[in-house]
Design a protein around this ligand. Structure first.
Ligand code: FES
Length: 193
């Protein structure tokens, strides 16, 4: 008796599963990719501009590729090459172009010889002088010094100093941490404007 009931239930379940298996679905389909449509709509709202974006892309079709250094023609190319040259650190100059200059440290009563590819601060420290400094990147005035011999930029090249004004450089102030000598001169360390 029990077997007949169990058999009937099992047969019923199999029938239901078979019916569900062969029944057609609702016809639902996934929505198409709308990302391109959204991008097109956004692009239509951006006004055209002639400013190139980074990596030479342009918004709304405006602007053009910026020529690489060396590819630019005439005056523009020369200016770009000059700017690149100016941004080179004297520390990277070829060994056969290095010159040596005598710097008299008046407060210490000593004269040191400094190569044109090393900073005054580095060399003075190598010679055992304890000069003031903090950032060592031309961004504070801790290493400031003064030359009474005239405008500082007649005597040193500053690599990336943004602290002193043109007038202060003209007066003879310099930052020893980023100053590379191009001449002999006397120097008073620990002097700021
Ligand atoms: S140590 Fe900061 S500018 Fe020289």
């Amino acid at each position: 008796m029990v077997d007949i009931v169990a058999f009937s239930i099992a047969a019923g379940l199999v029938s239901v599963l078979a019916i569900l298996h062969f029944t057609k679905g609702t016809g639902w389909e996934s929505t198409p990719d709308i990302s391109q449509e959204i991008l097109d709509r956004r692009a239509a709202t951006v006004p055209e501009t002639s400013f190139p974006e980074p990596m030479n892309r342009a918004i709304g079709g405006g602007g053009g590729a910026v020529p690489a250094v060396g590819e630019a023609g005439g005056e523009e190319g020369a200016e770009l090459e000059e700017a690149e040259e100016e941004s080179q650190s004297p520390a990277d100059m070829p060994e056969d172009e290095v010159e040596y200059h005598e710097i008299e440290l008046t407060k210490q009563g000593e004269t040191i010889e400094v190569a044109s590819n090393e900073t005054i601060l580095d060399k003075a420290e190598d010679e055992g002088f304890d000069l003031p400094y903090a950032c060592r990147q031309g961004q504070c005035v801790s290493c400031a010094a003064y030359t009474p011999d005239g405008p500082s930029e007649d005597h040193v090249i500053h690599y990336e100093q943004e602290t002193f004004t043109d007038d202060e450089l003209e007066e003879g102030y310099m930052l020893t941490c980023v100053a590379y000598p191009i001449d002999d001169f006397t120097l008073e360390t620990g002097e700021a404007p």
